[in-house]
Write a protein that binds this ligand. Structure first.
Ligand code: GLN
Length: 286
């Protein structure tokens, strides 16, 4: 049998995926798959196309290609992704961390530089917000809560893998425990489920068929139910100079802000790199 080279295997993958994905997506998927399986850098793929690929690696790449053809997200197939420069494990129990959420983390870190703040991340999922914050502010006391025991297990692994100390709690955001209600925080953070039923119609199969609906959609007809819960919690549990930072639905920014304003908070809404109203800050004092 003739040896398979990087060029051959990349070409075969490109041919199959380009029928289903855009040219840019195809190239990104090919490049990330080869980097992962062959443990090479991005430039190696293009600069050393005649390197032989082992039979085992060819099989692994074929398996990944087959899953990609079913629109399974590459991050779930590989079981990993990167977020804010850190490596995270992901599986179908948690949302794949998004670049917009990195922007939220960036905003939080830029505006909060003092030591020893107490922060809580509600609906932590993979733990991406809590772990990125704890990594960059090791003196902070970081707590993270989620309703899903499977998500908490993975988030715990992500905290350990990144050498961070985060306290994880099993909590229902709509029915917080007395324990959590008895604590005060300087920062209340969250990227809760916020996709509306109308937006669901427009979602791509890679999101809709694979990502956890409990992390994407509010449980009832009110898409802002979690923001109401966060605002109520902040009303009683945020320190006077504390701040709330949440990711929001781009189409519901004004309504989201109003929920916090009705509780006496001032608000700022910020856009993401795509120009969409994606983040909200609520606070009492300047
Ligand atoms: N931004 C995500 C999406 O569009 C949703 C995140 C969320 O619901 N918190 O898929």
């Amino acid at each position: 049998m003739i040896n398979q080279t990087v060029k051959h295997i990349a070409g075969a993958m490109r041919r199959e995926l380009s029928l289903l994905y855009s040219p840019e997506e195809t190239e990104a998927l090919v490049s990330r798959t080869l980097q992962h399986v062959l443990k090479v850098s991005r430039s190696d793929i293009y600069l050393q196309p005649d390197t032989n690929v082992s039979k085992t690696a060819v099989h692994a790449i074929e398996k990944i290609t087959a899953a990609l053809k079913k629109f399974e997200p590459l991050q779930y197939i590989l079981g990993e992704t990167s977020f804010y420069g850190l490596d995270f494990k992901v599986n179908s129990n948690v949302l794949i961390p998004r670049p917009e959420t990195e922007e939220l983390v960036d905003w939080i870190l830029k505006e909060n530089t003092s030591d020893h703040l107490k922060a809580v991340d509600l609906g932590t999922g993979s733990g991406c917000i809590a772990v990125a914050i704890a990594k960059n502010r090791p003196s902070w006391d970081v707590t993270a809560a989620d309703i899903s025991p499977e998500a908490l297990k993975l988030a715990g692994e992500n905290a350990a893998q990144n050498n961070t100390k985060v306290t994880f709690l099993h909590e229902d955001m709509l029915n917080l425990s007395a324990g959590l209600k008895g604590r005060k925080f300087n920062l209340i953070l969250s990227n809760p489920p916020y996709v509306t039923t109308a937006q669901k119609e427009e979602m791509q199969p890679n999101v809709l068929d694979y990502e956890p609906h409990v992390a994407l959609f509010a449980p009832g007809p009110d898409p802002l139910i979690f923001y109401r819960a966060i605002a109520s919690f902040a009303f009683t549990n945020l320190e006077p100079s504390g701040k709330v930072y949440v990711e929001i639905n781009e189409d519901l920014s004004e309504k989201s802000a109003k929920i916090f304003e009705e509780k006496g908070f001032k608000t700022n809404v910020a856009r993401d790199i795509h120009g969409k109203y994606r983040m909200l800050k609520a606070y009492r004092n300047d």
